[in-house]
Unconditional design. Structure first.
Length: 301
């Protein structure tokens, strides 16, 4: 496993103090990651009762962000090519923190964890630490930060310019968490569809594409947004995202609907004078050409 960013040497007491400087919005964002892809790990059968917090992803941004908070190393490894249909191994990034640092950070981020409460409490109990958490006391701003991380972890973006299909969804095994997202999002004018069953529970499901490894798949639930609803959600979370791979697709949806809105405004004669289309990134030049063609045809007519 290669090390990209080495661990920063820092005294334990100074590291714990740095955790206290994190804002509640920052902790809410990190709580969303621990509800999805990050993990609370506790090993009661080991000699020293090891406890660990870790995050491993193909996306460097969120892992590097957490490694800077943990002052821990950012490591990479190449996955087994047999795990993928294209037989090409992918680069995985990983960071972790253990011991007292993990306990102290869990005491702070635990207030923003909804899905992984059992693992969180088991980690603290192993070190004889008990804290009363109140997840539902999040403010509106903290909820948006938490939801952003949940979407980056368990969400996906659907973009098809030729068929004009745009949408986002979040898939998770915890239906109660999705119900909470649906209910709380209504305060921001975002109305999700669902939750619906995305996959049924299955035993001994083949995994890793023919390697012989099997898993027990739990029931999964999904909530979704389409078209303008997806645009409103993407506009809300875009500037909070650290996962570049999904951020690019979210940006595509935002630019698409910004151009559509701009074209509708431009069509009215009263708004044509001195009107400027929104700035377009180089990756969206083809999309922008479709609107400039419409503009030239309207002028000709």
């Amino acid at each position: 496993m290669a090390v990209i960013i080495p661990r920063q040497k820092i005294k334990l007491e100074n590291l714990v103090k740095s955790f206290d400087t994190l804002s509640r919005n920052e902790l809410a964002y990190l709580g969303g990651w621990f509800d999805t892809d990050a993990s609370f790990e506790s090993y009661p059968n080991t000699k020293y009762k090891t406890v660990t917090l870790s995050l491993a992803l193909r996306d460097r941004g969120p892992v590097e962000h957490l490694s800077k908070i943990f002052r821990s190393s950012l490591r990479t490894r190449k996955t087994n090519p047999e795990m993928y249909k294209d037989k090409i191994g992918k680069i995985m990034y990983r960071t972790e923190v253990s011991g007292i640092s993990a306990v102290e950070f869990t005491k702070r981020v635990g207030h923003f964890v909804f899905n992984r409460t059992r693992e969180r409490d088991a980690l603290l109990a192993l070190r004889n630490t008990y804290v009363k958490f109140d997840f539902l006391s999040m403010s509106d701003e903290e909820f948006i930060w938490w939801l952003t991380a949940c979407f980056e972890g368990d969400g996906s973006v659907k973009v098809n310019h030729s068929q004009k299909v745009y949408g986002v969804n979040i898939v998770n095994n915890n239906r109660a968490m999705l119900n909470y997202i649906v209910k709380r999002s209504k305060d921001f004018g975002i109305f999700w569809n669902g939750p619906y069953i995305a996959q049924k529970e299955e035993k001994n499901v083949s995994w890793n594409h023919g390697t012989g490894y099997t898993i027990d798949r739990e029931t999964g639930y999904v909530i979704s947004l389409d078209s303008v609803k997806a645009y409103e959600f993407c506009r809300l979370i875009y500037h909070r995202m650290t996962c570049d791979r999904k951020k690019v697709k979210v940006r595509e949806i935002c630019i698409t609907f910004n151009l559509e809105n701009a074209y509708e405004i431009w069509k009215t004669k009263s708004n044509r004078k001195n009107f400027k289309f929104p700035k377009v990134l180089p990756t969206h030049r083809i999309l922008h050409k479709t609107y400039t063609k419409r503009k030239s045809k309207t002028k000709g007519s």
